[in-house]
Design a protein. Structure first.
Length: 103
């Protein structure tokens, strides 16, 4: 369980961490680690995709709300991985589980 928890935690560190966690989980295929890898990868990819569009807004309130929203999602997922829980992140968690079901 400890290796699975480590892979889940590493997945939330950066987008590179998510890729490293995929390789860490490739041998054992833990459902716990796979769950958190899908969540973290979804958060990072959505952040980058929407961040490109949000960057064109010239308003600090829009940018601040965007960063705060994704920071809260990241904290929620990261704390779930630290506590050994498999709780989907609000709004997008189930979508990420279906989208990345092969990981």
């Amino acid at each position: 369980m400890e290796q699975n928890k480590n892979a889940a935690i590493v997945a939330y560190l950066t987008i590179i961490g998510a890729l490293i966690a995929i390789f860490m989980n490739s041998e054992s295929k833990s459902t716990f680690a796979s769950f958190h890898i899908r969540q973290a990868l979804g958060i990072f990819l959505t952040f980058f995709a929407l961040g490109y569009v949000i960057g064109y807004f010239d308003d600090w309130m829009v940018s601040s709300a965007f960063y705060l929203f994704f920071f809260i999602l990241w904290i929620y997922g990261f704390m779930g991985a630290l506590n050994g829980q498999q709780k989907s992140i609000p709004l997008l968690g189930e979508f990420y589980q279906k989208l990345f079901k092969n990981l």
